[in-house]
Design a protein around this ligand. Sequence first.
Ligand code: HGY
Ligand code: MN
Ligand code: MN
Length: 431
Amino acid sequence: MASAVPFLELNLPSMQGYSISQNRLLGRLDELATIGPIEGGGSCRLALTDADRDGRDLVLTWMKDLGLDISIDGVGNIVGTWNVGTGLPVMTGSHIDTVRTGGRYDGNLGVIAGLEVIETLMSAGMTPARPFAVGVFTNEEGARFQPDMLGALVYVGGLSLETALDTVAIDGAVFGEELQRIGYAGSSPCPSAAPYAFVELHIEQGPRLEAEGVQIGAVTGVQGISWQEVTISGQSNHAGTTPMSLRHDPAYIAAEIAVYLRQIAREYGGNQVCTVGKIDLQPNLINVVPKSATLTLDVRNTDEKLLCEVEAKIDQKIAELAVAEGVTISSRVLARFEPVEFDDQLTGLIVEMANYHNRSVMMMPSGAGHDAQMLARVCPTTMIFTPSVQGISHNPTEFTNTDDLVAGTNILMDTMWALAHSDLSSQTGMI
Ligand code: HGY
Ligand code: MN
Ligand code: MN
């Protein structure tokens, strides 16, 4: 999967001795982490909350300090553009919204690294032949509003603005109202114009790079994601007086579903993962057989055919459980994205760039969803992964070593430069 980009002839920033600033990169990661701080050094900035607004305000300040042209669209996606050169921009970026127990690198690294690349080149007096853009996409996590990657999906025209604005959060808030409330209902049109290319720097969030002693991931794509909310309605009753034979217990069925998901993931093995991350019981009291149980199913696989098989088996099991326990079960899809393949020439470029930077590298799919999987619908796209210590993420103790952060950002800088000075349409090799 070698790329054909003649980047060794392109006078890359690193070839001229330029490197990003470690202190500025770490300083901004630390500063952003102080917004919505939680125990353990991470952050809670659920999409469109006050903390998300405060994080956006900080990033906007950094963008304005760099003199970037700033656009905010109808779902609050922010794009800061260094309007130099000609033609469509080479774009990078990610998200700054977090899960409730977020770390300081997930998403934040991709946004801050993009600004760092621009600031380094500005200081070096190196002006790329194309504009450089940094995107901050709304609601990547999907923890409060589903689906995940919602902002990037609207950005590329995969979801209408109206549908996005009408989306209701797990706490009952309405997306459009929250966006207005935090002052980020922008006027730039959705969908946006496709960039020339998109490269996202992100932590791996899993154990593979560390386990294999590899320093850079050249990401080949993103696995398929199936999210659904299952609601089980039964007979609420007294915990002490109701004979077991007369129960119609939603909590029991929720537990059976969670156990089945673990079993089927084990049965399929490979990249199959299944998670029950959220269970709400009503009335949620010690001495009451619940009236209802609402749980979320997160089911993923790199192989669409297997993912469909697993979805069908789960649906069948749920139907059987409903009959056996005499409960009624309904479900609704919260997100469903097929596996995405990134542009193999761009991924090949990441491999070559990592080699050039003397960093060990391996090609790998992403287990997590990313904004890049949406940008891949409209332009050549790939991702750069840096290792996650002990593979931990969506956890305040998420950590990535400084030299990996710096190397990943320098590779991003050279990659964006190479893309800005290559002809993606040329027949002499994609880039
Ligand atoms: O769920 C995901 O994979 C991503 O963190 N939104
Ligand atoms: Mn992320
Ligand atoms: Mn995440």
